[in-house]
Design a protein around this ligand. Sequence first.
Ligand code: CP
Length: 308
Amino acid sequence: MKWTKKHIISIKDFSREEIDFVLEKSRIMEKRLNSNKTGSLMKDKILATLFFEPSTRTRMSFEAAIKRLGGSSIGFNLSEITSEVKGETVIDTVRIVEGYADMIVIRHPAEGSSRLASEYVEIPVMNGGDGSNQHPTQTLLDLYTIKKEFEDIDGLDISIVGDLKYGRTVHSLTNALENYDVNLKLISPDELKMPKNLVKELKDNGIEVKETNRLDLAECDVIYATRIQKERFPDLQEYERVKDAYVLNLATIQGIKDNAIIMHPLPRVTEISAEIDKTKYARYFQQARNGLPVRMALLCLVSGVRFW
Ligand code: CP
């Protein structure tokens, strides 16, 4: 397959073939990374990280990725220290940054902001999360984690638990899973169900979907837990009502499959108890680590750097 994508804005822009291509190249990148053979792939290239919302993993793994490839990064993770406070728009910000960097990764609370930014610059733009909408690079590392564990995504029973209304990681993930032959269980409080249009899309694509508020994980291969997204609630009293709706702990995961894995995009709050961390099921820390080779592969792909 020939790589043609310049921007990474939505996982919906990817076909299954393109997703599988990224996953395969990420595996090659991980091997190169483990043998210290990546340091000159993007020598002297500069990545701009524009984070208008808080981040630990996405920003730092992108910064580590460009550095492991021999390049460097500039940017901010606190929009209060930028000229946004003086009224500068995102469009003007990316136009200016284009003069300083070779690629941009942007996180912004407004849905559609990354797409908009990509329309005003010639350099590649990667969406590091736009409101509740999309987090495509997270989805690629999620699928990479699943594929490393099970080899084949087809045939898996996947349960997604928590805030399915506001969580961008689960919106992107379900969009991507439309391309695979999986059984999906969507577990959430009634107030935080997956948007109807996304469920319809899944069903229209032949995915078996069950929506429930019962935390029944017995048949799952993959349990994908999510944080209740406090910052997106218009009414904090509503957040208080649902914030502890599901807690994975040794009692609540009793009876899960022997080879099941528990994932989480992180950060977690109370939804996965620390006692799970040392069990054979926990994969969330490994999942976060997988962000590095996947994002290294993506930086090379959007820049036209061949590494395989
Ligand atoms: N998973 C994720 O997006 O984490 P950060 O918010 O820390 O980037």
